[in-house]
Ligand binder design. Sequence first.
Ligand code: C2E
Ligand code: CA
Ligand code: CA
Length: 545
Amino acid sequence: MPKTSTPELLCNYLRDLIADPLQVNLDMTALPSAWQPFGERLLVLTHYLQEEKILCTALAAGKIRNLQLPHSDNPLAAPLKNIHDTILALINLLEQVADGDYNRRLHSKNELSEAFNAMVERLISLVMIDGLTGLLTEQGFDEKAKKILAHTDKQYYLIAINVNDFKRYNALYGLKKSNALLKDIATQVQSICRENELCARIHADNFIALVYASNLQEVLDKVIANSKQLQVGLTFRTNLFRHGIYCIVDKNRTLREMRDCANLAMERINNIAETNIAIYDNRLHQQRQWENHILANFNEALISKEFILNYQPKFNLHTNKIDSAEALIRWFRPGGEIKPPEAFIRLFETNGLITSLDFYVVEMVCIELRSRLDQGLPIVPIAVNFSRIHLYDPFFVQKLKTILSKHQINPCLIEVELTETAIFESMDAMATALQQLHTEGFIVAMDDFGSGFSSLNILKNLQLDTLKIDRLFFNSFEKDPRVGELLTDIFSIAKHLNLKTVAEGVETKAQFDFLTTTACDYIQGYYCSRPLPTPDFFALLSAQA
Ligand code: C2E
Ligand code: CA
Ligand code: CA
């Protein structure tokens, strides 16, 4: 059998790489030494394409849900296409070399290696350099950071930087302005990096910097100065950026693990927090361990019915009767501790468990309603909260219907509550889901209206059934007369749009009395009733019949 030449071997390798990055393996020992540097760089490229493939597969299978789904304007897609085109050009060149054809057309001896190098350089820069900002990519950062950390005794820190609500910024200001903001951030972050320090854009609005310092205060000063500088020229928001700092105490960790720590610290900062800097510490470490523990015990908790429902009545302002209620989850931990939803919903949203929990809630509600219907007892429609993650599941409505059918519950008895933010961030998915929900006969409510970026346009276009006005309005109702005026207008606009309205978080008689003067339909709040344990709520319902 004739021996395969090196260009042929590489051609085959590159073809396989494009076909399925996960299946290829470059045998470096088969490459002559002159080709080894080229091989090493191809391995970096291979690694990158393998990660992309894993990510895209996971996205397509719905295993990762809190990332953008792949579509044509996905920022991941553009560099990938460039890489594929460049690999094809490289294959073409290698084929010509293998045929001896290219050699014949060479004018100088160096031309071939120059052509190779140029293409490989282009490939490497596509992988290592972020096309938008010119900063390093995740791969480029990890490669370089590994080298820096291997040859230093200095104390290094990782700083994760993220734009708060970047998606909203994007939606409000458009792609061009958002890209310009990302470039400005890149320039600023780059400017704080000295020799042997690095920064990169990991993806979207996530940046990372590797810096050294003699102590944490020095890093904090740097971050604060950076944060101030980032705000320059931005007048619309005071707390636009957040930073997470990880002090690299263990160099044996992978860079991904280190970045995870910086990100974890950063993610703990919520948008309304006073500070926009968080440091990874032991407490966070313990919290993560606790989270891992509850994640590991989630299924068991479901089976042993640790998740219990409370029902909060909604009163009809015209009849003063309970017309419906909202199911609210509580977690009764073994040992007696009761965890409120804030303690676990967000965590469950980051790993997809929330979908199981929400369906569990629907099933509990259906079981309760079926039992009462069978006994001839009075019932009312029940609102159930659904996480935004369902909107990305094309089978969401079908799954919901299956649960209801199992218990023979009419969809008009279940009100699907989705938050304003979820709807705002997933408009296309929401429009599809809404149509399906309505076709099946479900009632759909926008929850927490007014807590985020409310848009009357969304209300006009989406044809929801109910608008739940966020309880935040009532925080300043007594102090600021404009709140009442604003609420009056919201209720009357909603009426014009044929939307039922629920005022949430009504706590005082003054708020209640005011609402009776408006076009508001229902109230839900401590003034009328706190969320009640299941038997108490249904006893109340029976009593009013
Ligand atoms: P939400 O959907 O806005 O639910 C209303 C929250 O406001 C409830 O808190 C309720 O107890 C509280 N609330 C009601 N009236 C008043 C009042 O007059 N004053 C004050 N200060 N608060 C009042 P809860 O039960 O702690 O639920 C918090 C959030 O957790 C819910 O907010 C909802 O977003 C989420 N949640 C609860 N159950 C579920 C669930 O089964 N699935 C999902 N995905 N989310 C859930
Ligand atoms: Ca709700
Ligand atoms: Ca709400």
